[in-house]
Design a protein. Structure first.
Length: 375
């Protein structure tokens, strides 16, 4: 990453590591804080890689049009790249997406096309989004050919784009430069790019980390049953295809783990309240899964989870008590459980800062605490 630059994309990468937890046997859990990238997300890595690849193959030339189906973070990255390189960018979205992500894409010049114009519909529509994006790109290419022009519209199709995974090779390089070795990767799986892309690069360099994929309860990439979920930018909802990367590399997983919205959001909220670190809901799912298994990892392991985005984008959802309570997503016992895990596995450098007997201030209303105590 350059310190002084005139391009936002030069600021991608070299994100810090945060030691979240440690065991007495020397296992350490690190968070790769990809929310420190421009746009606050890991996915700007693969957005740049997909555009680079399209340019190399002649699929995009000056003045071209990029189209993608996105729940927000990929779209943010593509908006940056498009603005820098003079492309038009159309993001096909649904109302399930975080509103701040949609506002940010629009601020950077993206055109937003909603797959469902009903503002009251906040259901996840991944399959419908992808179908619409593909139809739009195909129609523009056919119109160009009919007019005697070379098509200059490109559907990046993140779920089936090989360059997606390639975008995360540098992330693996950064991990090795910082830690020397990576023993366990435990992270959310959406397109699979960040987890499997980093793993592919590590394997190329002679390292074979144990892989744990994390998806929401209700996602189908690791098997059913299907159901609704609120975690954003991760998982595969019913009717959608997990895509090429997941299909090719799913067998590399030691285990595919499912984490509920309640557990994922509790982890994100407690990490924020206890440590002042804002992480997104899908990262909360990975943190929950990792903390639950700290004593199961081999002694002395370096365990990494990729924080794909920060919690600041979810102030009106995960970190909004009214939104959470309206959807029955707040649970005092789960938050207390996460808080106890964080205290139990607190690295030595943090332990002296917390006086003996100090407990986590649960983030739920008092009447819910009373109900939990009664049970």
């Amino acid at each position: 990453m350059q310190v002084v630059t005139g391009r936002v994309t030069d600021l991608i990468g070299q994100t810090p590591l945060f030691e979240l937890a440690a065991t007495d046997t020397g296992t350490r859990l690190f968070l790769k804080l990809e929310n420190m990238n421009p746009t606050g997300t890991a996915k700007i890595r693969m957005a740049r890689a997909m555009v680079d690849d399209a340019e190399r193959r002649g699929r995009l030339t000056p003045g071209g049009h990029i189209i993608e189906s996105t729940s927000g973070n990929t779209g943010l990255g593509l908006a940056v790249v498009a603005a820098e390189r003079g492309y038009r960018f159309t993001a096909v979205v649904d109302h399930h997406a975080c509103k701040d992500k949609l506002r940010a894409m629009k601020a950077m010049g993206a055109q937003l096309v909603y797959v469902d114009e009903d503002d009251d519909s906040d259901s996840l529509a991944t399959s419908a989004r992808e179908e619409l994006a593909e139809r739009m790109a195909l129609a523009e290419c056919e119109a160009a050919i009919a007019a005697g022009r070379t098509p200059n519209t490109y559907f990046t199709e993140q779920h089936n784009n090989d360059a997606n995974a390639l975008g995360y090779y540098a992330l693996a390089d950064e991990l090795l430069a910082a830690l020397g070795r990576v023993d366990v990767l435990i992270s959310a799986v959406g397109t699979g790019g960040s987890l499997f892309g980093a793993a592919r690069r590590l394997r190329e360099l002679g390292h074979r980390p144990v892989l744990y994929g994390v998806e929401p309860v209700g996602s189908i990439a690791f098997g059913g049953p299907a159901g609704p979920y609120w975690q954003s930018g991760t998982g595969t909802p019913e009717g959608a295809d997990p895509g090429k990367i997941v299909a090719e590399d799913l067998g590399l997983l030691e285990q595919g783990l499912k984490v509920s919205d309640v557990e994922a959001f509790a982890a994100a909220r407690v990490v924020a309240a206890k440590l002042g670190l804002m992480i997104g809901g899908s990262a909360g799912g990975s943190v929950f899964a990792a903390l639950e298994r700290m004593d199961e990892f081999p002694p002395g392991s370096n365990v990494i989870t990729v924080v794909c985005d920060g919690g600041e984008k979810y102030l009106d959802t995960v970190f909004d008590d009214d939104w959470m309570n309206d959807r029955d997503l707040v649970d005092a016992e789960t938050e207390s459980h996460v808080a106890k895990l964080l205290d139990h596995f607190a690295p030595g450098h943090r332990r002296p800062r917390r006086p003996a007997g100090t407990t986590h201030a649960i983030l739920v209303p008092a009447e819910q605490l009373e109900g939990a105590a009664a049970r």
